[in-house]
Design a protein around this ligand. Sequence first.
Ligand SMILES: Cc1cc2nc3c(=O)[nH]c(=O)nc-3n(C[C@H](O)[C@H](O)[C@H](O)COP(=O)(O)O)c2cc1C
Ligand code: SF4
Length: 687
Amino acid sequence: MNNNPYSKLFEPVKIGPVVTKNRFYQVPHCCGMGHLRPKAHAAMRETKAKGGWGVVSTEEAEIHPSSDLAPYVEQRIWDKKDIPALRLMTEAVHKHGALAAIELTHSGHNSTNLFSRIPAMSPNAQPVNFLYPKQSRRMSKRDISDFRDWHKRAALNAKEAGFDIVYVYAGHGMSVAHQFILPDMNNRIDEYGGSLDNRLRLTRELLEETREAIGDSCGVAFRFAVDELKGKDGMQFEEEGRAVVELLSEHPDLWDVNVSDWSNDSQTSRFQPNEGYQMPYVELVKSLTTKPVVGVGRLTSPDLMVKLIDRGALDLIGAARPSIADPYLPNKIKAENTDQIKECIGCNICVSSDNFSVPIRCTQNPTMGEEWRRGWDPEYIKPKLSDQQALVVGSGPAGLECSLQLARRGYQVTLAEAENKLGGRVLFESGLKGLSAWKRVVDNRVHEILQKNNIEVYKESRLTEDLISELGIKNIFLATGSSWRKDGVGRSRRSPIQGLESIKVYSPEEAVQNHKDIKAPIVVYDDEQGYLAGVIADHLKTKNVEVVFITPASVVSPWTDSTLEQKRVQESLINSGVKIICNQSIYKIENATALLECTYTGSITKVPCKSIVMVTERISNSTLYDNLMQSNLEGKTQYNIQAIGDAEAPGLIADAVYLGHLAAQNFEADEADIQKGMFMREMPSLK
Ligand SMILES: Cc1cc2nc3c(=O)[nH]c(=O)nc-3n(C[C@H](O)[C@H](O)[C@H](O)COP(=O)(O)O)c2cc1C
Ligand code: SF4
């Protein structure tokens, strides 16, 4: 270990009365399992501990019914009844020598209270931070005192549940403590409002009372967003942010530093390509306290981690997404297998699952969220059951993942790709503006595939039924992807747009390839309402193409709200001069003009349109699948055929990777089990 260039990362760090075995710290992140699925939650956190993380944290843990986050599924520590479920996690994490941390949270006006139906409360009366027409009430002195009691009681219950580190949380504008600190959320004129000293009063009380309650045996961590990235309109790290740190510098046992709001903290690589983007904020805090500091910012590269420690920028390498993409990241660094790290691509699909209140998922790590219900682990997979061989046709995300996992199980795999490069749709998408990090989906897998001696890879091999017959492999996975349709059929219109033959119609790929020949103005028509049309418009604009973006949706790329990007997407298009037309569907092209129909009134308007990029719907490339199935039906062959990924049903890259993984896991499994399509479920107690 001493010769390991990364040995510094494995030094222990004291956090108050507890010591973490190394510098790898999984900061709080939600996972859509929380209090509703405690076994799944514990198993996911256990995988992180098994993978070498020194500290493994929960997500936000609601401390009281007046801080209910439904429909979001977070953690819960309302009273002692929550202790057994939480203990599942602490015991699982401790088994592997890691510390367990819990982020105690009262969400103030960020609470929805849709489940508890208690009015939300916050420093000021104001609308709740959820699209629902109700407001929080202003906290009285009695409320403040009650809240402090609940926080203290939750800390004691956390200790009883086995946690080693207990958080006071003042981040994201999502906690009462933070809301009291921020002047635009606190206009009180009592001793809890006005001066910074007053606005910090509650946080100081929480830190002191938490220490008093559990500080003998647990570390007290303070998560603080030192800058809101709003310039003068918010907290700035060189102004009030700094003052907060100076005033509280020695109060907590650990500073967990980030920026606010959530969309600034968990920025995607599309808008923030730099690893370590939060370091200026973290370093400032580090310079003002003697306590250990943990910082975040998609920290994945071990070389950068060592540099940061050497530079004294921080003490602990904080990670939410890098720990989701690769729960075994610390162990891989320890073993100097850094080339095996599955690098986070910064796509925020993990965030989207939280926003949809479903178990967490990850583009890079298809086992995330499946640890308990399917028994999956990113590093271990069940061995092969026989000496059967498998043929995988297509090397997009589904084909690569399926081939790799079949080979890891020990099967002999043949992977055939029609093009001269492996990667399928990822190659195209990662070439677009802002998406270069997505290429890691291909690079990480191809790197591993090339190290295996049981995968034969054939590029420029467009397989036909005859060629497949010659290969003589019976088990065939068809990962042939999908193609964008060019007739305008999409989410809002189920019949083709009329008159398209009179203009040039491009698929997204064709538009990017032929941007020099495009006749402006080009319409990018988004009736998929995902992310791609926004990226294409942005990309074409960088090539000086005059772009009009038309969509039946009421905003640009509405799906990207779930990845915390929508505002940035729309801002980027506006700033780059793309003309945006919302709430309109195209129903006809006539005389180089698009006729638009208002989605509400049906009224017609006209927009000049010499060419159009259709981003509306995809069709699975199923010709080979259909022909092979037909051959089976006619009794000519007896193939075991499965379409996977976009070839089965087009979706996100994350969906394709997942379906490729699922197919490999299910290969040769009992047919009855597969037919059930099921996984373990946590059933409500009927007690
Ligand atoms: C899926 C997801 C859920 C998160 N949930 C929480 C949370 O419950 N509490 C919190 O303080 N931060 C939460 N965060 C923010 C992270 O803790 C972290 O500060 C941020 O993602 C930046 O770190 P990273 O680049 O390592 O992901 C979440 C982040 C992600 C990606
Ligand atoms: S879903 Fe994307 S952003 Fe989230 S951890 Fe996985 S790769 Fe990273």
